[in-house]
Ligand binder design. Structure first.
Ligand code: SAH
Length: 349
């Protein structure tokens, strides 16, 4: 049995695909030994493409207003205990410029679905960041919008879009979201974004409520079929003011295992060791790299609002300045033999 699963790891490394049954067995049969084998193969697969260079994305959390009500998310509209904020354009551009000076060559603007950020308002901010920060990619992560809107923002200069699909299984999506949100629409957004020409990031939470091994098989299949340029996966962490307050959080071990599998399925993928991973384990992001990740996304938001952009409990780095965050991560990476790159960090195809 153990031997058969070891062979599946080697098969995944060689062929970048498994059958549904094989994915199921490999996930369900997870052991520390298999995790180690997967991580070793994942690092070896990343090595010729990215080596030990870690790409950085500076995250500016521009608004915590949101019209959606995702059951897992701390800034869902039903949460009346959140103090809402939105950053003004000057502040956003200043955060981006500060990031640029610290060595970031990708700026991510993320927020709730806030009607204030029309195509005009957001497009102007994109234009200003592109003017202020030479050779820098701008990534948007502002949720579901119309195809026309995505097109206008792309025309304004946005390079990439991050929209986690959240789950590759429609019935699981319905358990995590209110009835007015649709899995089909979210998937359509991802297809639109790709057709327009964005580099596209997708992703899902590990250990989300109701998630089964069968769902994870579908996640692996999704990565194989859609081949997102980036795939953000991190543990689900409950937020105290949501319906999922008492659900267990996702585990470090399963997250690392899936990171390694995704690297083997899609060797050139941009794979972040997420802030959520750093939240559940003090060395989570370092362990992510050693499992095959190659991206980190530290916070560039003004310290004054960091605690208010609370998607889950105990988020790290909410009291630190941006420079400290980059310095701390740089040191962490050096200590494991990796180094932060000053680079846009495009996918190498
Ligand atoms: N409004 C944007 C940005 C969402 S926040 C959008 O719709 O894409 C970014 C990601 O945080 C989400 O896609 C989700 O996967 C993750 N997230 C939200 N709540 C979380 C929680 N409780 N634990 C872990 N990750 C969470």
């Amino acid at each position: 049995m153990a031997e058969r699963l070891e062979q599946l790891v080697d098969k995944l490394a060689a062929e970048h695909t498994l059958t549904d049954g094989e994915y199921r067995d490999l996930i369900a049969g997870r052991t520390p030994e298999l995790a180690e084998r997967l991580a070793e193969r994942a690092v070896a697969a990343r090595e010729p493409i990215y080596g030990t260079k870690v790409f950085t994305r500076g995250l500016v959390e521009i608004s915590n207003y949101c019209k959606n009500d995702c059951l897992y998310c701390g800034i869902r509209r039903s949460n009346k205990n959140v103090e809402r904020y939105r950053l003004d354009p000057d502040t956003i551009v200043a955060c981006a410029r500060e990031g640029y000076e610290l060595g970031f060559r990708t700026i991510v603007l993320q927020g709730g679905e806030d009607g204030h950020f029309t195509d005009e308002v957001l497009g102007d901010i994109v234009v200003r960041i592109k003017e202020t920060c030479p050779d820098t990619a701008v990534t948007l992560s502002m949720g579901e919008r119309s195809r026309e809107s995505y097109q206008r923002l792309f025309d304004a200069g946005a390079d990439r879009y991050l929209l986690r699909h959240e789950t590759a299984s429609p019935e699981h999506y319905a358990q995590l979201h209110p009835a007015e949100m649709s899995w089909e629409h979210r998937m359509q957004c991802l297809r639109d974004l790709r057709e327009i020409g964005y580099q596209v990031g997708a992703g899902f939470m590990v250990g989300a409520p109701y998630q089964t091994v069968e769902h994870l098989v579908r996640e692996m299949r999704f990565v194989e079929d859609f081949k997102p340029d980036m795939c953000g996966i991190g543990p689900f962490i409950p937020h105290h003011d949501t319906p999922f307050a008492n659900e267990p959080q996702g585990t470090l071990e399963l997250t690392l295992y899936l990171l390694s599998m995704i690297r083997l399925i899609h060797p050139s993928v941009l794979l972040p060791a997420t802030t959520a991973l750093g939240t559940i384990d003090e060395r989570g992001r370092e362990k992510g790299m050693l499992a095959g990740a190659n991206v980190v996304m530290p916070n560039l938001s003004p310290v004054a609002v960091r605690k208010q952009y609370e998607l889950y409990d105990n988020k790290i780095c909410t009291g630190e300045e941006s420079a400290q965050c980059r310095g701390c991560l740089g040191l962490r990476m050096t200590l494991i033999g990796y180094e932060l790159a000053i680079d846009r960090g495009d996918i190498r195809k």
